[in-house]
Write a protein of this length. Structure first.
Length: 146
């Protein structure tokens, strides 16, 4: 796999999270009515939508800083993946307990589940790359001592 593909994917995920977060902060009512399925999950709550908008901005910042600073990727992308995966699992739980119908999962897939999967994959790749770098560094250190 090209070394540029994960960075391009992280950039797209970061920019998409930023766009969503900014939309939620600037125009929560328009966001509420524009995103399919949101109106079926409960009444409009401007404060709550803006709170979540801030989280999406933090995810965006984590992803984009991780693109620019390889040494920061593991903690930043892992934190973003943890929140996005928790959010996706919460959507599955809502279906499991009957709050939403099963059709919500397919409706939410592109905006909720897929970003969680992709960000988790990127975080795991960052962990793997970090482990490889550490092993290479340890090997260089051992070679220098000989």
């Amino acid at each position: 796999m090209s070394r540029n593909l994960p960075l391009a994917l992280a950039t797209v995920l970061g920019l998409a999270s930023a766009a969503n977060g900014i939309f939620m902060l600037i125009s929560p009512a328009n966001w509420y009515f524009a995103v399919p399925g949101v109106t079926t999950t409960g009444p409009f709550n401007q404060h709550f939508i803006r709170d979540i908008g801030l989280i999406f901005l933090l995810v965006a910042i984590a992803m984009l800083i991780g693109v620019a600073r390889p040494a920061s990727r593991v903690p930043l992308w892992s934190a973003a993946a943890l929140w996005l995966a928790s959010h996706a699992l919460f959507h599955f739980w809502e279906v499991a307990v009957g709050i939403c119908g099963p059709s919500a999962l397919s409706q939410d897939f592109l905006a909720v589940t897929l970003p969680a999967i992709l960000t988790t994959a990127l975080a795991l790749c960052a962990w793997r790359d970090g482990a490889r770098s550490s092993q290479a560094l340890m090997g260089d250190t051992l070679d220098a001592r000989r």
